[in-house]
Design a protein around this ligand. Structure first.
Ligand SMILES: Nc1nc2c(c(=O)[nH]1)N[C@H]1C(S)=C(S)[C@@H](COP(=O)(O)O)O[C@H]1N2
Ligand SMILES: [Mo]
Length: 247
């Protein structure tokens, strides 16, 4: 269960490219080529790529519009007692001093960052709803850094389309890049005004209003960019849950 998804990226074949975030640029390229008559990059990419994407991404990225800002709640709406700890195999022990977040795969500038490094990124706070498919939801304040700021430094190679998140408990997830660079997709280290607790994913977890709870990996240690999804797509997805899981 804890095996990491097959890694199909060819590190040696990465083409270096100085451009920053990729999806908008790809969007413009397609639009310029006259292939795009509607305003959503992912759908056109699916057709151009011979329907290489999971069908649910093509359909759902139209429905959920992954780049659209999601309205937030006021601080007074927070429901501290409602966030239920949901961990498939308990809380892993992580030494914060030894902790590093690795960003690798199809990026032009792989990174290895300490907690101190991560805290130097601009801080963002948001109050959003966390929704678990098991039938509960909670309004939570999360604080941390935008994943788009991290990726702006890691520089995804132009062909990158997906992002794998690996966690210290063996959990793994994969996301579409559009949702990853959504301005409200954070790597959080704060919850409800306090430092994130180990049970909730310290030192670093995903928080986003655009994905269901099981996409929001806790204890993230590695972020891998790739142009292809492997056989394994996520802990729950590989047991039958839906992959895109938009909210
Ligand atoms: N690493 C890891 N991340 C995880 C999980 C997990 O078991 N391991 N459970 C997921 C599920 S199903 C939910 S609903 C949320 C719960 O977050 P919480 O435990 O902080 O409430 O974490 C998600 N992230
Ligand atoms: Mo969940």
């Amino acid at each position: 269960m804890s095996q990491e998804p097959e890694q199909k990226q060819q590190n040696s074949e990465i083409e270096f490219d100085d451009t920053d975030l990729v999806p908008r640029r790809r969007f413009l390229t397609l639009a310029g080529a006259g292939l795009l008559t509607i305003g959503f990059g992912s759908l056109a990419e699916g057709f151009v790529g011979g329907l290489s994407e999971p069908l649910n991404q093509q359909v759902e990225s139209l429905i959920f519009k992954p780049q659209q800002p999601v309205p937030e709640f006021s601080i007074s709406a927070i429901e501290p007692e409602k966030l239920i700890i949901n961990s498939f195999r308990g809380t892993p022990a992580i030494n914060p001093l030894a902790y590093r977040l690795t960003i690798d795969g199809e990026v032009n500038n792989p990174l290895s960052l300490s907690i101190e490094d991560l805290q130097k990124f601009p801080f963002t706070s948001m109050v959003i709803s966390h929704v678990c498919v098991e039938g509960w939801a909670a309004i939570v304040q999360w604080g941390g850094l935008r994943l788009q700021d991290l990726l702006a430094i890691a520089k995804p190679a132009p062909q990158s389309k997906y992002v794998y998140f690996y966690s210290a408990d063996g959990y793994y997830e994969s996301w579409d890049l559009d949702s990853v660079i959504h301005p409200q997709t954070l790597m959080a280290y704060q919850k409800n005004g306090q430092p994130l607790t180990p049970e909730n994913g310290a030192p670093l977890r995903l928080a986003s209003p655009v994905k269901l709870g099981y996409k929001l990996s806790k204890w993230v240690t590695r972020i891998q960019l790739t142009s292809k999804l492997g056989e394994k797509r996520g802990y729950w997805e590989d047991l039958g849950y839906e992959w895109y899981a938009g909210l």
